[in-house]
Design a protein around this ligand. Structure first.
Ligand code: ZN
Ligand code: ZN
Ligand code: ZN
Length: 754
């Protein structure tokens, strides 16, 4: 018996070889009809023997292509139209695009074997790619994803590439960035007053030689430029650090292959899988070897593997097996991505530039992932992940959520799909702010969303640039969302659990609270749908010095002693703390430039200062990371009191106990270890008590403090025997990179359809 069906598939189904896959499948079952890219995904009409049609649909559902993410598949009965063949039809562009923009992918095994096969016509060609690998988001200028709307439009295909591009059974059928050395872009080298062009491999070999000699190279990659040098050459690393004015912030490295990575860091099977995954992120893991100057005061190292054909060629031609690969910028400015900018901005930083001709449509940094006690967590969501869909939200309104000013991302909700941008960085930096504005324009225009009908969501902090930007947008509706509620909601959004009642614990450095204080140690009860009520918090401290309190742990320390001035002075003189500490105490006494805070991030800073971190920090979170690494060198001997009275977690007994131990000469690592456990126990007890009061069995942990590996391990141990389920962000960062999706989720819950 004959049958016909129309099938619509939504999700990540374009730019990954879905149509050739459907084509081959139809042929396999002897079916006729067509497949095409529509703006809401892939559309199929199929007809033939009904058993074949059923098998065809079952196969798509059960075994889609490896890179596809199907979010929705609908099958409708259709009339038999007596097609005589199965064909791949041209794309349609009619209504608003709802297809997802695919993320950039590491070079695939098939392309790798061609890259190194002397008889292949793409032998040694650094831009080799196919439908299963290569650039996507970084080359797309508009939707639908088609070559004329990519940065490859300047290179007409040669007849060989054209033949592959149009052949449905070919691996490069409609591979938009397809190219070869005959028709495609090339790499060349520049240095002060000179240039080298010629065969790609010669330029790459020269680059590898320079790296071996200890030079610093600016290398154009997928989403921007890297600065690279030999990670085992201490002098080269030192020079890079000085030129970049990097302070103590760790550099990530690229290891030649998995074997080399295994010698650098301890890797679990899960971490290895992440390293070799198509997203190919930086994986943070425990270092096995010390690379001088690469990650000072740090027991962890961020490692990634080569992910573009160019990287593989560099190592093939003898680049040092471990390279520092850091975003090409001066500190805190975002990664440089245009050639003109790279040459200008990196004057004096790089000794030479390896420039690829293919333009980058937008800057996208390397992603950073860490495997915690609760599984993999994405700390920086960018290349390989953004802008893949994170979740669906139950609303038909379009929502633009602008995130927080630190570690900014933005989220656009269109037709119920939540698209989270790549990590954009610290908006107080000019370049990051420019990237933020561009990304807002970019996503709105790619998804064809009219701003007048869009709800714009912003953080309540009155000084945030993202909030200022929201106020200036020409839109019908604006909603401010409290920072820590957004943290909790980000996890609920990812789990598609907006109605789930949870205890939400949000611990971080800074967020503007309902009462105008700086919050950062908050416990909520409720759901995204009904609202999150603040039911507990860290006891308020009074910190001196405005923004400086976040940069100078000593000032935070002074603040956490504000209730006990005698002890404060005593500690200062006995530990011979620098003058800055005593100045801070005076400010507090006079109530000058002080502010109230419940920030647990600052409590970590204060403890770091008490235990010896007395300088100013050179990057966000530095003191807390220092403290965590100090603590992980000691074993747990005791737990300090950190009482919960039903409303407040009181840090005073905790500080008092730590001071006593410190003055009695207890080993600082041991104190740091006890501090972590005490924080974990405080959280555990408060959560269990609220859980009992409200009859709730799930806790959400979010906020930058939960990037702490040791703290999460302690919490896992404590919650293991309890009735409480623990939820953390997985693809959504626990830090402020998760704020935008949380904001969007809370607003979607107010405007939901049923
Ligand atoms: Zn490939
Ligand atoms: Zn070609
Ligand atoms: Zn935050």
């Amino acid at each position: 018996m004959k049958a016909a069906r129309n099938i619509r598939i939504r999700g990540v189904v374009q730019g990954i070889g879905f149509r050739p896959y459907v084509f081959r499948l139809a042929k396999q079952w002897g079916l006729n009809g067509w497949v095409r890219n529509g703006e809401s995904g892939v559309e199929i009409h199929v007809e033939g023997e009904s058993s074949g049609v059923d098998a065809f649909i079952e196969e798509i559902t059960a075994r889609p292509p490896a890179l596809a993410q199907i979010t929705d598949l609908r099958v409708e009965h259709a009339a038999i139209q007596e097609f005589s063949d199965f064909e791949i039809r041209e794309s349609m562009r009619h209504d608003r695009p709802t297809v997802h923009i695919p993320a950039d992918l590491a070079v695939c095994p098939a392309c790798m074997s061609e890259l190194f096969s002397p008889t292949n016509r793409r032998y040694m060609y650094p831009y080799i790619n196919c439908t299963e690998c290569g650039p996507r988001y970084t080359v797309i200028e508009a939707l639908p994803y088609d070559r004329p709307y990519t940065t490859m439009k300047a290179w007409p295909m040669c007849s060989d590439c054209g033949a592959e591009y149009h052949e449905p059974t070919d691996r490069r059928f409609h591979a938009q960035p397809i190219a070869c050395s005959k028709c495609g872009p090339h790499y060349y080298m520049r240095w002060q007053g000179g240039e080298m062009r010629g065969e790609d491999w010669k330029v790459i070999e020269r680059t590898a030689n320079l790296l071996r000699e200890g030079r610093i190279l600016a290398i154009k990659g997928l989403g921007g430029y890297h600065l690279a040098c030999d990670a085992e050459n201490g002098q080269a690393v030192q020079t890079l650090r000085e030129r970049k004015r990097r302070g103590a912030k760790p550099f990530a490295v690229m290891a030649k292959d998995l074997e080399t990575a295994r010698q650098l860091v301890e890797l679990s099977p899960q971490e290895e899988r992440l390293l070799i995954s198509p997203a190919s992120p930086i994986v943070l893991a425990r270092a096995r070897r010390l690379l001088p100057g690469v990650a000072p005061d740090n027991r962890d190292l961020g490692v990634m593997l080569p992910y573009t054909p160019l990287h593989h060629l560099l190592f093939y031609f003898g680049a040092p097996p471990v390279l520092v690969m850091t975003s090409a910028n001066r500190s805190s400015e975002p990664i440089v991505y245009t050639d003109e900018d790279a040459v200008k901005a990196l004057q004096g930083l790089a000794d030479a530039w390896l420039i690829g001709e293919r333009p980058i449509a937008r800057r996208v940094d390397d992603s950073v992932v860490r495997v915690s006690a609760y599984g993999p967590m994405v700390f920086r969501r960018a290349r390989g992940y953004a802008p893949l869909p994170v979740t669906r939200l139950p609303t038909d309104r379009s929502i633009l959520a602008l995130g927080s000013d630190l570690k900014n991302t933005i989220t656009l909700v269109v037709n119920g799909q939540a698209v989270v941008s790549q990590h954009l960085g610290d908006l107080t930096r000019y370049e990051a702010y420019t990237a933020f504005e561009q990304t807002v324009r970019d996503l709105l225009s790619m998804y064809d969303v009219p701003l007048e009908k869009t709800i714009v969501v912003y953080d309540l902090h009155p000084d945030y640039r993202s909030a200022q930007f929201a106020r200036e947008l020409d839109t019908a509706e604006r909603v401010g969302i409290q920072h820590h509620r957004a943290h909790v909601a980000s996890v609920l959004a990812e789990r598609a659990a907006l109605d789930k009642r949870v205890i939400g614990v949000a611990l971080d450095g800074t967020g503007f609270g309902d009462d105008g204080a700086i919050w950062g140690g908050e416990i909520f009860v409720g759901s995204a749908a009904e609202g999150l009520e603040r039911c507990g918090h860290l006891r308020y401290a009074v910190l001196p010095g405005g923004d400086a309190a976040a940069r100078v742990p000593l000032q935070a320390l002074a603040g956490f002693f504000s209730d006990v001035p005698e002890l404060a002075t005593d500690v200062g003189s006995q530990l011979a703390l620098p003058e800055r500490y005593f100045t801070a105490l005076k400010l507090i006494k006079k109530g000058l430039r002080t502010f109230a805070t419940t920030s647990v991030g600052r409590l970590f800073d204060a403890t770091a200062a008490l235990l010896g971190f007395t300088e100013a920090i050179s990057f966000e979170g530095q003191a807390a990371i220092w403290l965590e690494h100090l603590a992980s060198t000691a074993s747990l001997e005791k737990v300090y009191p950190f009482p919960w009275d039903g409303r407040e977690l009181d840090y005073r007994p905790l500080m008092q106990a730590m001071v006593e131990d410190r003055l009695n000469g207890r080993d600082v690592a041991g104190i740091a270890r006890s501090f972590h456990r005490s924080i974990a126990e405080g959280i555990f007890r408060s959560v269990m008590s609220l859980g009992e009061t409200y009859g709730i069995d799930t806790v959400v942990l979010s906020g930058g403090v939960f990037q702490n590996f040791l703290l999460l391990s302690d919490l896992k141990e404590l919650f293991a025997d309890s009735v409480m389920d623990v939820w953390i962000g997985r693809l959504i960062p626990p830090n402020d990179g998760g704020i935008s999706i949380g904001q969007a989720a809370l607003v979607a819950a107010m405007h939901r359809y049923d």
